[in-house]
Design a protein around this ligand. Structure first.
Ligand code: SIN
Length: 289
């Protein structure tokens, strides 16, 4: 009989032992499987080499990092994000986000005139691209006054780890089509990626299909593909490996698109939520796990 396990948390160490790993920043886990808030850091200034090493370590370990009270400019945003790779442009033809006067920064602004927002279903950003982005860094300077507009994050590692051995074996070797036209309309890329991928830095395996972009699993008949994807979407979105980020003005969320999915909650109309986002290019296509 299969015994369901939610899997080991990110670290078996105690919070005190974990905090001791980081001596140049403070890292506070947001949940057992995903997310950490980083404090004792000022992103309006150049970071020290030690801080950079520790933030990079925390990013790989926690999959999404949160920062508070950071009144960053476009230059600060770009300087910090560029530590993780080359900044890239959005793959979407028609997106809800808008360009700014800087080609690498997009504006994510919602108010009483908004009909919808970006990213309301679980997804990883632009998985339709041949090289999906490594990560995205969203800075919100303005958030609804009474709460709302939280972003949910889910660990696709923990979701993978909780599958049965038989399901892992069944999914391994399969590939899926990710179709940008489902979200961005015609003229956007369509790519195939492995259903189970291995993260290039952590070496951990995760599930790489998502509600927004994945149209079908290539090697299965359509009715079987639909049923498997439906199961996987519900499985990835389970509360056990999710965390919820409550925005405050001048907060930042920085997620790893290769092992975290996210969705934005639109529960704040007609209030304003406004900020800027940059994305870091993926250096390679996802590799089968
Ligand atoms: C998105 O996924 O496109 C936006 C995420 C957010 O606004 O929280």
């Amino acid at each position: 009989m299969f015994t369901s396990t939610v899997g080991a948390p990110i670290s078996a160490r105690t919070p005190d032992q974990l905090a001791a790993c980081y001596t140049h920043i403070t890292v506070t886990p947001a949940s057992p499987h995903i997310g950490a808030e980083i404090t004792d850091i000022d992103l309006t200034r150049e970071l020290t080499a030690e801080q950079i090493t520790e933030v990079k370590d925390a990013f790989v370990r926690y999959q999404v990092l949160f920062f508070r009270d950071q009144k960053i400019s476009f230059d600060d945003h770009i300087r910090f994000a560029s530590l993780f790779g080359t900044l890239g442009r959005h793959a979407g033809a028609q997106t809800i986000s808008k360009p700014t006067d800087h080609p690498l920064v997009r504006k994510f602004h919602y108010d009483e005139t908004s009909q919808r927002i970006s990213g309301e279903s679980w997804h990883s950003d632009q998985s339709c691209a041949p090289f999906p982005p490594l990560g995205s860094m969203l800075y919100n300077h303005t958030v609804p006054p009474d709460g709302g507009g939280d972003t949910m994050f889910a660990s696709t590692y923990a979701a993978f780890d909780a599958l049965s051995d038989r399901m892992m074996a069944y999914l391994s070797g399969l590939t899926a089509t990710h179709d940008g036209s489902r979200v961005f309309g015609p003229g956007t890329p369509k790519s195939s990626h492995p259903v189970i991928i291995r993260h290039p830095e952590s070496g951990r395996r995760g599930i790489f299909v998502n509600w927004d972009f994945t149209s079908h699993i290539n090697e299965l008949p359509r009715n079987e593909s639909d049923a498997v994807l439906k199961f996987l979407y519900r499985h990835i979105g389970r509360d056990e490996w999710a965390c919820r980020f409550r925005w405050r003005p001048h907060s930042i969320a920085f997620w790893d698109n290769r092992c975290a999915q996210h969705k934005a909650l639109w529960d704040y109309w007609p209030n304003v939520r406004s900020g800027f986002r940059v994305q870091i290019e993926g250096a390679a296509p996802p590799v089968a796990g």
